[in-house]
Design a protein around this ligand. Structure first.
Ligand SMILES: C[S@@+](CC[C@H](N)C(=O)[O-])C[C@H]1O[C@@H](n2cnc3c(N)ncnc32)[C@H](O)[C@@H]1O
Length: 328
């Protein structure tokens, strides 16, 4: 836990907490205990909407990018290596003091520590609770890690750390290939990522507006570049609570199935409930999921009709109609 390691590092004098000036915390996840830092001088920097709102709700100043300069930065290392390196470089470029890097071993903390050691003097790593924490003085040694964040794959722009950054997800491709020609006028893509599914849905001429709802700000930025269609409306939001301007004719989704490392079908189930809530009575829900994920019971709780319309041993494409009114 970041909280445990951070408290130890600050308490034993290894790292001195600056007495004044702003402190930045990059990429911390909601629920992380940051009470070792003075809340009134701490900026949380995150592009993940649910985390952004959770820290804001606790009274923190939260921003999607650094604002000004900081006397100290704490980085909760994200799992994607390119994103972790980019975050270290970004923190280094806006900090005039110590950079603290913390991560779970399963999130690649060891390899980031090795990579940092090759570039600068790193103070002793503190190993505790299946993770590592180390620190160094901000320096320009990481400048080349300031990844020109965007890369192009399959003709689309993606960014480090976004879902399926290396190319089109085969499940999404399968769903897109099975969407009907007439999808309806008002459509939403829940968890739309960098826009592949939305781009394919917009090949249908019936679509008048397509709401892409996505929690990851970097993915939203990519989607805006990838889908240059005036019918697209991108919403940086939590799909489980987002409300549409009116009832929808269709919802499409390749819902998230992980929270951090752990499989989390509850998040996918919340997407299904949201789809039912957002649809008009005649509306249709189209989703793809890994074959082993148990979504059918939840679909049947929220829709009168559920059919598997395509599948392989790996994926299934499900269509659900007649959303149940009692659950709205
Ligand atoms: C399986 S990916 C599918 C992405 C995209 N539709 C595609 O086909 O490439 C699920 C997406 O849901 C996003 N996501 C996770 N939790 C979310 C939430 N609460 N609200 C909105 N989007 C969320 C993830 O960032 C990810 O981009």
């Amino acid at each position: 836990m970041l909280a445990t390691r951070l408290s130890l590092a600050l308490a034993d004098g290894g790292v001195a907490l600056p007495e004044e000036g702003r402190i930045a915390v990059f990429s911390a996840r909601a629920g992380e205990d940051l009470s070792a830092l003075p809340q009134d001088r701490t900026d949380i920097i995150t592009g993940l909407y649910p985390d952004f709102r959770a820290f804001e709700g606790q009274g923190y100043t939260v921003c999607v990018a650094p604002e000004g300069r900081y006397v100290m930065s704490v980085i909760a290392v994200p799992r994607a290596k390119a994103l972790a390196q980019g975050t270290i470089a970004l923190a280094s470029s806006v900090t005039d003091g110590v950079i603290i890097v913390d991560g779970a071993k399963t999130d690649g903390a060891e390899s980031i520590l090795k990579a940092c050691r090759k570039r600068t003097d790193v103070s002793f790593p503190l190993s505790k609770a299946h993770g590592k924490l180390f620190w160094f003085d901000a320096s320009s040694a990481f400048e080349d890690w300031l990844v020109e964040a965007k890369t192009t794959v399959d003709g689309f722009v993606t960014a480090p750390g976004v879902f399926s950054a290396e190319g089109v997800d085969p499940g999404s491709r399968m769903l897109a290939d099975h969407l009907p020609t007439k999808l309806g006028a008002n459509v939403a893509d829940l968890g739309g990522g960098w826009g592949y599914l939305s781009a394919r849905a917009l090949e249908r001429e019936t679509v008048q507006i397509l709401h892409l709802v996505e929690a990851d700000r970097a993915a939203c930025d990519c989607a805006c570049q990838n889908v240059q269609d005036t019918r697209l409306s991108v919403h940086w939001a939590d799909a489980t609570t987002w409300t549409a301007p009116g009832r929808l004719d269709a919802v499409i989704s390749n819902p998230p199935f992980h929270t951090d490392r752990a499989a989390d079908p509850d998040l996918g189930r919340a997407f299904i409930a949201s789809a039912a809530r957002l649809l008009a009575p005649s509306g249709q829900f189209w989703m793809v999921a890994n074959r082993h994920l148990p979504y059918e019971d939840t679909l049947r709780q929220h829709f009168a009709q559920v059919d598997e319309i395509a599948g392989t041993t790996k994926f299934k494409v499900l269509q659900a109609t007649r959303p149940s009114r009692k659950r709205r």
